[in-house]
Write a protein that binds this ligand. Structure first.
Ligand code: ADP
Ligand code: NI
Length: 226
């Protein structure tokens, strides 16, 4: 069957198969299961908030295909996603919409704007961010730090609230700093009400985790007499 005659459901199915194969070898926290969770959560948010489920699903599935941490992509053009959409014979408007979502998605630093003009963009961005916080977000952060050979924590190295993407993305510090430089800032950048409810719970869990982490670091839980 030629791609010109594919139904939207078939395009989503083929896109999921393609992306699953592309991500099957990654261990930096950018694995297929991250894409899968973002895809599922984005669909659930879309069912509550509205928006075009086809655009939401395509953007969720394709959102990390051209990530700078996976492929060399200095100009930010999502070439692999665009090539795939061309292969699926998607119309120009849908292609441009999905491209804009993918390129606008990322958190770029504490003081850098990340507005998403369309509802579909807000939904996919929220779903991606929900996966960066809570228990899974914690696991992903330490997996990423391990992949990069970073320390868990160093009390002598405090966090930086970045004002530009270049410095944020080149940051080499320990993983606990990543909580202050990104993860704890995400809740206030969530755009849809549905995602905000989930984000509140996941944010509270990260705060509990950090409180316990410092308690153990300082040995305060060892002092049984107090
Ligand atoms: P996003 O998909 O929100 O743009 P990234 O692609 O930047 O997120 O990062 C993917 C995962 O790796 C996220 O869970 C993120 O929190 C984690 N990560 C990114 N940079 C760091 C870092 N410097 N230290 C720890 N974890 C990181
Ligand atoms: Ni992602």
């Amino acid at each position: 069957m030629s791609a010109a005659t594919l139904s939207p459901a078939e395009i989503i199915h083929r896109t999921a198969d393609y992306v699953r194969a592309e991500f099957s070898r990654d261990s930096s926290g950018h694995d297929w299961w991250h894409i899968y969770r973002v895809w599922q959560v984005a669909q659930a948010i879309c069912a509550r908030e509205g928006g075009d489920p086809f655009v939401v699903q395509l953007a969720a599935l394709l959102h990390d295909l051209d990530d700078y941490k996976l492929v060399h992509n200095p100009d930010g053009v999502p070439r692999r996603a665009l090539a795939w959409m061309a292969q699926m014979n998607l119309d120009a408007a849908t292609t441009a919409h999905v491209r804009d979502i993918i390129t606008g998605l990322s958190f770029k630093g504490a003081h850098v704007s990340d507005e998403m003009p369309t509802l579909e963009g807000k939904i996919v961005q929220d779903a991606d961010r929900l996966d960066a916080i809570g228990a899974i977000g914690i696991a992903r952060a330490f997996a990423y730090g391990g992949h990069k050979g970073r320390l868990l924590y160093n009390p002598d190295d405090s966090p930086t609230l970045h004002t530009d993407y270049a410095r944020f993305s080149q940051n080499q510090s320990h993983t606990i700093n990543h909580f202050y430089e990104k993860l704890l800032l995400l809740r206030d950048r969530i755009k849809t009400d549905t995602a905000r409810q989930i984000a509140n719970q996941r944010h509270a869990f990260m705060e509990q985790f950090l409180a316990q982490f410092y308690k153990e670091w300082d040995g305060r839980d060892l002092d049984l007499a107090k």
